[in-house]
Design a protein around this ligand. Sequence first.
Ligand SMILES: [Fe+2]
Length: 297
Amino acid sequence: MIIGTLDDVTSDALAAMRQTENPRLREIMASLVKHLHAFVREARLTEAEFRQAAALLNEIGQLSSAAHNEAMLMAGSLGVSSLVCLLNNGDGGNTETSQSLLGPFWRLNSPRVENGGSIVRSDTPGDPLLVSGRVVDRAGAPVAGAEVDIWHASPIGLYENQDPGQADMNLRGKFTTDADGRFWFGTVKMVGYPLPSDGVVGRLLKAQNRQPNRPAHLHALIFKPGFKVLISQVYDPEDPNLLVDPQFGVTRALLGEYVRHDEPHPTDTALRRPWYSLDYTYVMEPGEAILPRPPIK
Ligand SMILES: [Fe+2]
C-alpha cells in the first residue's frame, strides 16, 4: 500500500506478517510487530536512538562466541529469561517450580561421580559444603535413576572454564539418584560472581546503577525420560545480593538452606570447620526429556 499515515505503516506491516505460512511463526511475528510499533510510539524513539539500537544489537552478536553468550546475558538482565521460565513451568506460573535459568556455564560430559564422592578436582580453598539432594515427582514420589549434572562457581566466584588455576571440570560432576531419589556429594561453598562488565550488558548495568553480582547458587540439570529436563539454581538466602540479582532468577522455591556448622562433623571428624550442609528437594514436572544445547563447549 502507499503509506499515508503512521497507522498505515503498522497495519501494512501486520498484513505482511499475516502472509507467514507457519502458523506459530505468523502468530509470533504479528505480536512482535504490534508490540514493537507500540514501543516506538510510546518511547517516541528518535532516529539517532534507533540507529544506536541497531548498533547495540550488532554488538551483542559480535560479542557472542563459543565461550560467551551476550544475547542470553541481555535477555536475563531484562528479566525476559526468568519470565519465559516461569511462564512455561509450574502450571504456567500458577505453582512454584524448581525450574530456573540454565545460565551460560553448563558443559556437556562432566565426569561421573559416585554418591558420597567429591567434585573438588584441584586445590580449591574454601569451606567444605556437603550437599544432599532429593529428586521427586509432583506427587512427592522419588525419581530413581535420574542423572543429575551439578556445576558451580568457586569460593572466589569463578567457574573452572574461566580460571586457569582450576583443573578441567573442577566443581562439576554427574550423579545418579538412588532408589529413594537421592544423590549426595562433597564440595566447597561457592560465592556469587559478577556478570561480565566489558560488554553491552555491563554498560547497561552501569547506566542503571545496578550491582553486577549474582547471588551464590548451585546449578543442577536433571535428566530422566518421562520428565521435562529440570534446570535449576539453588540460591543461598544469606547472600548479600539475594534481593538484587541482576538476572532476576531468585524465586521462593529456589531458596536453599546452606546451614553453617561450627561443631565437628558427626562421622568425618577430619572435616575442616566451619562446614556447611545443604539439603534440597528438586521437583520434576512431566514432559519430554529434551536436553538444551550447551551454551559453551
Ligand atoms: Fe551460575
